[in-house]
Design a protein around this ligand. Structure first.
Ligand code: AMP
Length: 281
């Protein structure tokens, strides 16, 4: 695996691969890799001959009081994990490479509406930062496929919309959420939890499972299910931000029983903000 830090070096490498007829897969990450990220790489390898991963802690997607400065950065460990997973190229730009004129003057890409609901209500500007950096990375790497985790279900939905609206010739592949043995969705931010908090963190997943059980049994009292879903993490000591039943394709309010549903939740626990979701089978 090669590691490069400039847009030009990525383009040069991808151009050569493409000239040889290879399909290119891409996984954007913020590093501090865990098994969830590696599962994306495995999904990507199935659809393409060459594989690029980026590691960039994107300042534009962090709010002023968020954890940008403290976000775990583990470059050499990440490089080892990527190489072991069969990655061909690791792209590790610095902020100057991605935002040469600074954040304030940079062109931004925004998906309206979808970016302002759910997590967007609690993290203003977050998804604009995500779509801006992903649009830039798509233009730099120019992959055939890009893989995103269902763990960040709203992000995946927003990226799909951006790709459709901006006519990117890129296939978006969704990879299922990878969980710890007790059900907690793997996340780089789980390491902010104390041992006591770590023990109660899986209760968010438990609340989602409870809601999905009721929905699968055709309970359609959405308001009552959402209320119960907020109470469960609160009772465990978390501060619930939202617990919402939505149409899986649009993230809009569920209209009729034929739609596929997803339950999404976010809660604060100590220094961590946990997000998770489950589709109704
Ligand atoms: P991040 O480094 O947190 O920006 O995540 C990079 C990619 O990995 C995103 O597409 C995430 O949805 C995905 N991802 C993060 N955690 C998991 C997980 N536990 N299971 C599956 N995908 C994940």
């Amino acid at each position: 695996m090669d590691t490069v830090t400039t847009n030009a070096a990525v383009r040069e490498r991808v151009r050569r691969w493409r000239a040889g007829g290879a399909r290119i897969a891409f996984v954007p990450t913020m590093g501090n890799l865990h098994s969830g990220h590696i599962s994306l790489i495995e999904a990507a390898r199935r659809g393409a001959a060459r594989f690029v991963a980026s590691i960039f802690v994107n300042p534009m997607q962090f709010g002023p009081n968020e954890d940008f400065a403290h976000y775990p950065r583990t470059a050499s460990q990440d490089a080892e994990m990527l190489a072991a997973a069969g990655c061909d190229l690791m792209f590790m730009p610095d902020a100057q490479e991605i935002y040469p004129d600074g954040l304030e003057r940079a062109t931004r890409v925004e998906v309206p509406e979808l970016s302002r609901i759910l997590c967007g209500q609690f993290r203003p500007g977050h998804f604009e930062g995500v779509t801006t950096v992903v649009a830039k990375l798509f233009n730099i790497v120019a992959p055939d496929i890009a893989v995103f985790g269902e763990k960040d279900f709203q992000q995946l939905t927003i990226i799909r919309r951006m790709v459709a609206d901006m006519c990117y010739p890129i296939e978006i592949v969704a990879a299922p959420t990878v969980r710890e043995a007790d059900g907690l969705a793997m996340s780089s931010r789980n390491q902010y939890l104390t041992a006591a908090e770590r023990r109660i963190a899986p209760r968010l997943y438990g609340a989602l499972q409870g809601a999905v059980r009721r929905l699968a049994a055709l309970d359609r009292d959405f308001a009552a299910i959402e209320r119960a879903g907020r109470l469960e993490p609160e009772a465990a000591g978390m501060q619930s931000e939202y617990f919402a039943i939505r149409a899986a394709r649009t993230l809009g309010a569920p209209q009729d029983s034929a739609q596929e549903l997803v339950v999404l939740a976010a809660a604060r626990l100590g220094k961590a903000r946990l997000i998770d979701n489950l589709k109704v089978p």
